[in-house]
Write a protein that binds this ligand. Structure first.
Ligand SMILES: NC(=[NH2+])NCCC[C@H](N)C(=O)O
Length: 404
């Protein structure tokens, strides 16, 4: 079951991916294409990730791993394994039929768990015997070190899909580098025993036309969703999502589309704006004043859209109907603020109202949270932060307790 009606209700169950050998398949040549800024030291990244998972467990959260969930889904439904492998190969954009056949044979002969890890890690050309080259395409594809690229961003489970109420929005990823992650999400949400009998409603689909990524979606409460019109999420996707959401019989009535700057530093709404308590948010000062927000509200046929230009505080106060406190990432100093935002200082994961997990390196912001009465749980972050994502980006809540 999926049950997420807020950003801050006590977290009961969360999906993570423990980083693996995909990080050791990163090289300087592919960093930009694969959306990483550096090559993390895997051993330390795993230790840091284990600290993250243990912090969650210590606070009563059930931690589920993507690779386990996917294994269980495919083991429960052997009849879909062949389609799954074909979707993966097809979307790895291999052009040569000879190589596709060889890859299929290689993957299908592995155990389900090994197959999933291999898909994530990337498959090097020397790992597979392709047989005699038959076409120019076969020979050309031989020149690149991978038949299938590694999927390092799977570390950021926030993005391939998003839990919204009792449903989900499966992402259409902005970059090809991340699109295969949504195949995994789709199979888990459809075939895992936890979901199979009563699958979550899908408000957005991975093969829809316009990009939409989970990091842009914030469930403000059971009636209101905030979405970033961002580097990664297109306004046409937001309208489609809103229409599907309003069609279903839920309490959601409003979608607030925040027009945020289109840059890598601000890639998703949750890199500049996360909720930490009732009416309390961390924000990047860049979106504080004069923000353009499109208020999409349900009507009898579809929805109305109104453009509002105002301060973030006013917009939130109007919709949440309570006093709003914004904590500026890095405080007043411009350098601190930009540095800490870059290292995901504004990307907090609330595990209960007023209780958040944050990266230890953002010490100025973290102190401000403590001063505001927030319970701050710091995790180590020297390697994890190199992929440009914080505790919220690395986690997808599946269940949260309701809040008043
Ligand atoms: N929800 C987020 N802010 N996710 C951050 C994802 C970072 C990842 N390297 C990317 O570029 O896609």
């Amino acid at each position: 079951m999926i049950k997420v009606h807020s950003e801050i209700g006590k977290l009961k169950s969360v999906l993570l991916h423990r980083p693996g050998k995909e990080l050791e398949n990163l090289t300087p040549d592919v960093l930009e294409k694969l959306l990483f800024d550096d090559i993390p030291y895997l051993k330390v990244a795993q230790e840091e990730h284990d600290i993250f998972a243990n912090t969650l467990r210590a606070h009563g959260v059930e931690v589920l791993y993507l690779t386990d969930m996917l294994t269980e889904a495919l083991e429960a439904h052997p009849e879909v394994v062949s389609n799954f492998i074909n979707a993966f190969i097809e979307e790895s954009k291999i052009k040569s039929q000879t190589i596709k056949n060889a890859l299929y044979k290689y993957l299908v002969n592995l155990s389900i768990t090994d197959m999933i890890h291999k898909m994530i890690e990337g498959i090097r050309t020397h790992e597979i015997t392709v047989g005699k080259h038959k076409s120019i395409m076969d020979m050309l594809e031989d020149e690149y070190p991978f038949f299938t690229d590694p999927i390092p961003n799977i570390l950021f489970q926030r993005d391939p899909f998003s839990s919204v109420g009792h449903g989900v929005a499966i992402g259409k990823m902005f970059t090809h580098a991340r699109q295969r992650e949504t195949i995994f999400a789709e199979y888990i949400l459809t075939y895992h025993p936890r979901f199979h009998k009563n699958p979550p409603i899908k408000y957005y689909h991975r093969l829809n036309r316009y990009p939409l990524e989970g990091g842009d979606i914030l469930v403000l409460n059971k009636n209101i969703i905030a979405i970033g019109i961002s580097n990664r999420t297109d306004p046409r996707a937001i309208e489609f999502f809103a229409e599907q959401l309003f069609k279903e019989n839920t309490d959601f009535e409003t979608v607030l589309a925040f027009n945020i700057p289109k840059s890598r530093a601000f890639m998703h709404l949750d890199t500049v704006f996360t909720q930490i308590d009732y009416g309390m948010f961390t924000i990047h000062p860049g979106i504080e004043n004069k923000l353009t927000v499109f208020e999409i509200t349900k009507n009898d046929t579809r929805f109305d859209v109104v453009k509002v230009v105002g301060s973030l505080e006013d917009v939130l106060e109007k919709h949440l109907k309570r006093p709003i406190k914004l904590i500026r990432c890095g405080g007043k100093d411009v350098i601190t603020s930009v540095r800490e935002q870059w290292n995901d200082g504004a990307n907090t994961l609330a595990i209960a109202p007023g209780k958040v997990i944050v990266y230890d390196r953002n010490h100025v912001t973290n102190q401000m949270l403590v001063d505001a009465g927030i319970e701050v749980l710091e995790i180590e972050s020297s390697e994890l932060s190199r992929g440009r994502g914080g505790p919220r980006c690395m986690s997808m809540p599946l269940e949260r307790e309701d809040i008043e």
